[in-house]
Design a protein around this ligand. Structure first.
Ligand code: NAG
Ligand code: NAG
Ligand code: NAG
Ligand code: NAG
Ligand code: NAG
Ligand code: NAG
Length: 757
């Protein structure tokens, strides 16, 4: 048996190596000498995010790369807006001088800031050989920079007609023959230089120069976005040019297509695909547990409009899992309404953080000014490692959020937060031509976490983390939040995204065209690798109530439930967490202490208790046989919300305990009753005008009052220790004659509804 398996594996191995060598020799094109080597030459004066992405794609395919000009000052003009790029040709010329004797060398000269490899060097070499030229330039459909040269271009039957200098591939001696002709200035136009050589038919023919008309190798995206589609493979992703049915290898986001390239770069070559998910998310991560000290973070908190659940926001800030002595907090509050919340937070938490500073509405700061101020506090402090900007409509449910963002180690990164049950989120996947929202193909999948990763996106807001060193370098100007009439976050994102050019102030020779290029082109990322939290709605927030959050049951149902519904409420259904202290009297938790307190406060703030007399103008007929000292929900404008509460949270309990009875969830009599020895202390035995009644205890026996409780006569059964936040539910009219037992001291509050009258 043993010898058999050995011989078997041996023969397997043999046949395998055979087929391997066979396929290898087949895949080589007959004309391609295996001796040819490919060298990539690229010009980059700084390690921009685009450059790093380029290198990542190049390393993935094992390209051999030589970077020219790193660290040099850029003198090649404002590429993209006007002519320029001569510096690139000069650097290439210098590099080629050293390579002329290398007959076996194929040189690929490409840009790097806005370029991604979608395939490997073997594929490029094969396609170059198949093209049968000595030098091949990228092609595009738009002519630049001199439109008058159009007539001189050879016409093409199909494919792109004009030369683009962002990609050149050729045998080293021939490339050298072209670039050695360069004798112009650093800021002269490289594309024009190459165009003139190509349009010279003598040179074109003797040097055998061609254009890659159908994007076999080079895909320029300018004017061609509609031609390309993402194509997913098992290991990687690339683009297909659907017009020429080619799979280009070098993807170039020339002119105004940088954002589209960023989108493609979220997939190509191995950033994400369906089978493996994110391929680059773990690159360059930082392990916080390996650091001697946690980084210092400035947290900017912005209250720019009345915002519900603000105390919950602050609570979540305090409970973030991060050393508080490493957090400095800056709060901009633009709302007088919220001064009460901030005061409360300040009193509880001023000593929790390393520092705590509030700028209030009296400063009359615009939103842009306030955001500049917060960011400036981190920028000017060399000890500030990160700036975390948070708007108060962000409910971070993940206490690890700050750590996760820091560990992801990006210049600018935000956690994905979405409006519950909506497609609304804190980022945009694409921008329209005028710079506003446009939906990217992948937006919904990212929001719904069907695609999980770290995504390069053009716009984010509400919450983001920026490295302090970035604020002191690329974003060192002080006024990022104010730009034209843009919303402050849009202004910031545009500042980060775009290349900005500054004329150097103290240029030695002001006569010369001398620009210092600050290629910001910074990438901004959104991560959805974890669940972080949600965005709440600040719309329809009526702040004229005493505890206005109580009214948020429609607008922010998740936060309302979290704040006001008892944490054990759901156990009623999962663990039968309810009691039956008397026959058909069910007892279950429904409100949090907070809900009880706020409802009582709301009623006391309103203050017009009925006094418990028989005359009652609030009800039809105006006569109440068993009157209580109460305030109706309707009087405080809470009837719609209360009925919604009944339908959402009481109806399911009814269905459970009175199975087969479907409540309409309708009630006219919804009120809070107050029992106190000085006014009304008890209620004589009575039936309720309801099919069933709920009765929620709003405060605690022993601490808030003595006595109290409820007695059901038919069963000789009392519940005399009501629990705060718990509700009774019992039939109203026939069987459950009941009375309110006397409150002997203090004040007892209950909320009552006569349901399905
Ligand atoms: C690149 O080289 C490494 C190490 O030699 C190898 O494991 C990897 O498969 C290569 N990648 C590609 C795309 O050929
Ligand atoms: C606040 O600023 C706005 C705009 O800058 C100005 O119109 C307004 O008069 C200022 N209000 C106060 C109270 O200073
Ligand atoms: C806000 O609530 C107050 C008090 O209940 C009410 O008078 C007012 O109409 C409400 N405003 C809006 C816009 O709903
Ligand atoms: C919820 O139920 C658990 C288990 O019975 C109990 O320990 C806990 O105190 C309850 N929570 C509240 C807020 O009452
Ligand atoms: C009612 O119950 C109490 C004890 O809980 C008992 O002492 C009393 O006799 C009962 N009354 C009737 C009428 O059953
Ligand atoms: C009544 O309540 C007050 C305060 O809640 C307390 O000081 C007093 O001792 C209570 N009286 C009795 C008789 O329990």
């Amino acid at each position: 048996c043993l010898s058999l398996s050995v011989s078997l594996s041996l023969s397997l191995c043999l046949s395998l190596s055979l087929s391997l060598s066979l396929s290898l020799s087949l895949s080589l094109s007959p004309t391609l000498s295996p001796l040819y080597k490919l060298l990539v030459l690229t010009v980059a004066t700084q390690e921009t995010d685009g450059y790093l992405r380029f290198m990542q794609s190049a390393n993935y395919f094992n390209y051999t790369i030589k970077v020219l000009g790193m660290g040099e000052e850029w003198r090649g003009g404002d590429v993209g807006r006007s002519i320029g790029g001569g510096q690139k040709v000069r650097l290439l010329k210098e590099a080629m001088e050293a390579l002329t004797d290398q007959e076996d060398l194929v040189v690929l000269s490409v840009d790097s800031y806005d370029l991604i490899f979608a395939g490997g060097p073997e594929e490029i070499l094969r396609k170059f050989q198949e093209a049968n030229h000595n030098v091949l330039f990228a092609a595009e459909g738009l002519i630049w920079p001199d439109k008058r040269l159009q007539e001189k271009y050879p016409s093409v039957r199909s494919g792109k007609r004009f030369l683009n200098s962002g990609g050149i591939i050729g045998y080293a001696p021939y490339v050298n023959k072209i670039v050695e002709q360069w004798n112009l200035h650093e800021n002269d136009d490289d594309q024009l230089f190459y165009t003139k050589i190509y349009l010279d038919s003598f040179q074109r023919e003797t040097l055998n120069i061609g254009l890659d008309h159908k994007s076999h190798i080079f895909q320029n995206l300018n004017g061609a976005i509609d031609e390309v589609l993402l194509k997913f493979g098992t290991k990687s992703a690339r683009v297909r040019n659907t017009v020429y049915d080619t799979l280009p290898v070098v993807i170039h986001g020339n002119a105004n297509t940088k954002m589209y390239l960023n989108y493609l770069g979220n997939y190509i070559p191995n950033a994400w695909n369906y089978e493996r998910g994110c391929g680059v998310c773990d690159h360059n991560m930082v392990d916080l547990s390996q650091l001697k000290e946690y980084p210092t973070v400035m947290v900017g908190v912005f209250i720019e409009q009345p915002t519900p659940f603000l105390s919950e926001f602050f609570q979540r800030l305090v409970t973030l899992d991060y050393p508080k002595d490493k957090l400095n907090v800056f709060v901009h509050n633009n709302e007088v309404y919220h001064e009460r919340d901030i005061q409360r937070f300040w009193e509880e938490s001023k000593d929790v953080f390393n520092s705590f500073k509030v700028v209030g509405p009296e400063e009359n700061l615009s939103q842009g000014q306030a955001r500049n101020m917060g960011m400036g506090l981190c920028r000017k402090d060399p000890g500030c490692d990160f700036y975390l900007s948070m708007d108060t409509d962000v409910m971070l449910t993940n206490r690890q959020t700050l750590k996760i963002l820091i560990e992801q180690n990006r210049k600018i990164i935000g956690p994905l937060v979405t409006r519950h049950g909506k497609l609304w989120s804190n980022f945009w996947g694409a921008l329209s031509l005028d710079g506003y929202y446009a939906r990217s193909e992948d937006y919904i999948d990212i929001v719904q976490s069907k695609r999980v990763g770290v995504w390069n996106i053009p716009y984010m807001a509400h919450i983001y983390l920026i490295k302090g060193e970035v604020l002191r370098n690329q974003l060192k100007e002080r006024n990022h939040f104010v730009l034209e009439k843009l919303d402050p976050d849009m202004a910031l994102c545009r500042h980060a995204r775009e290349l900005t050019n500054h004329r150097e102030k103290d240029s030695p020779n002001p006569e010369t065209f001398h620009m210092l290029r600050v290629p910001k082109g910074m990438f901004m990322y959104i991560t959805n690798r974890h669940e972080f939290g949600r965005l709440i709605s600040t719309a329809n927030f009526n702040t004229s109530h005493y505890n206005s959050d109580l009214w948020q049951i429609f607008e922010n149902p998740v936060d309302w439930k979290e704040k006001y519904i008892h944490p054990n409420y759901t156990h009623i259904f999962t663990e039968n967490y309810l009691e039956e202290p008397c026959p058909d009297v069910f007892w279950f938790p429904v409100f949090t202490e907070r809900a009880c307190d706020e409802l009582v406060e709301e009623m006391e703030h309103y203050g017009s208790w009925s006094g418990g007399s028989h005359e009652d103008k609030r009800i039809t007929g105006g006569y109440e046989t068993v009157p209580t000292d109460d305030i109706h929900m309707k009087q405080i404008g809470y009837d719609k919300e209360w009925l919604h509460f009944i339908r959402e949270f009481i109806s399911p309990v009814t269905l459970k305990v009175f199975s087969g009875y479907y409540t309409k969830g309708y009630a006219v009599m919804n009120f809070v009753v107050k029992y106190t020895p000085g006014r009304q202390a008890y209620l004589r035995p009575h039936h309720d005008s309801s099919t069933f009644t709920i009765n929620v205890a709003l405060n605690s026996k022993g601490t808030d009052f003595q006595g109290g409780g409820c007695r059901f006569h038919r069963y000789n059964c009392s519940v005399d220790s009501p629990r705060k936040g718990w509700s009774f539910m019992h039939p109203g009219r026939l069987t459950h004659l009941h009375e309110g037992l006397p409150t002997t001291n203090g004040t007892r509050y209950i909320a009552v509804s006569f349901i399905d009258p």
